[in-house]
Design a protein around this ligand. Structure first.
Ligand code: SAM
Length: 288
């Protein structure tokens, strides 16, 4: 079935009018703000995510909602929030964490111990599972060691454009089924409580600076990072946006630092020359 046919078929069931022109207007705003491409084939998905906002705003159509978003910056943020796909999990694409620990962590921890600094960035971290996993992989079951190391000059930044997932990440609280992909020994070490909602140890939670940040906007960070995870976000971008973002990520990494991207992503064009691929979607920065 063509996208246009899917649109008109679904329209009969819809609570709010959602014309092809509305979809194009939404797609244009979202692309302009955060780089996410929303082809017409995503019209049903977009409608499903926006309908609750249209209802909450007391409007009669998505067209009215688009007009509201044009004059209300806070609603625009809520629209983008509603349209981001935040799927993630603890220990997702786990070999990246193993790679970081094996390749980088003994050198970086030696650097910390001798008074140096370490900077890590989980870019597009969604609700926080990725940065928490990263710290658990680094420290294993050694909580006392983590306590000692986290007093040193180590910072982990974790950012996402969606304020609601950043708010979740900051709480460090997750539904019990979400925590099941954490290996048992690590879960025993780092997760407290045994109810429906359980908490990540505050030692890890407080070690991460969670911030709302649009990867397409200005980045306030001045210093470079020793490793960046930027996984499963570029899939939503077109090639020019990916190329620009990858060049900026490369600029933001130390030579000798690692960039990890999602399994279905790849480095494009000229930026590839600045990296050596050292594992599946794992890249060592080799030249400035
Ligand atoms: C599928 S999740 C990936 C989460 C995690 N990195 C992982 O691999 O499990 C993609 C995340 O990218 C975020 N995102 C999308 N566009 C963004 C942008 N322009 N700037 C920052 N984050 C963005 C979304 O809000 C979403 O949380």
């Amino acid at each position: 079935m063509s996208a246009a046919a899917a649109l008109s078929g679904a329209e009969r069931q819809r609570e709010f009018a959602y014309e092809a022109a509305d979809h194009r207007a939404v797609a244009e705003i979202v692309y302009g703000e955060v780089g996410i491409v929303l082809p017409e084939s995503k019209a049903q998905l977009v409608y499903g995510r926006l309908a609750p906002r249209v209802r909450a705003c007391g409007l009669k159509s998505v067209g009215d909602y688009v007009a509201l978003v044009g004059r209300d910056a806070a609603e625009k943020v809520r629209m983008i929030d509603a349209l981001t796909t935040n799927h993630t999990s603890f220990f997702r694409e786990n070999h990246h964490f193993d790679d970081f620990v094996e390749r980088m962590w003994s050198n970086l921890s030696a650097r910390l111990t001798s008074g140096g600094r370490v900077r890590l960035w989980s870019a597009a971290c969604s609700s926080g599972e990725e940065p928490y996993t990263w710290l658990m992989a680094m420290f294993g079951t050694d909580r006392a060691g983590a306590q000692r190391m986290l007093k040193r000059d180590i910072r982990m930044l974790a950012t996402d454009v969606s304020p609601s997932v950043i708010a979740t990440a900051r709480t460090g609280r997750y539904a019990a089924p979400t925590l099941r992909t954490i290996p048992d020994d690590l879960r025993r070490t780092w997760v407290t409580g045994n109810g429906d909602v359980q908490a990540i140890d505050p030692l890890l939670r407080d070690a991460i600076s969670f911030r709302a940040l649009n990867l397409l906007g200005d980045w306030p960070m001045r210093g470079k990072f020793d490793a960046i995870f930027c996984r499963n976000v570029m899939i939503y971008f077109d090639e020019p946006t990916k190329a620009r973002l990858q060049a900026r990520l490369a600029d933001q990494l130390e030579v000798g630092g690692m960039l990890y991207i999602g399994h279905s992503e790849r480095l494009l064009g000229r930026v590839e020359q600045r990296f050596k691929c050292v594992g599946r979607t794992a890249y060592l920065k080799v030249s400035a």
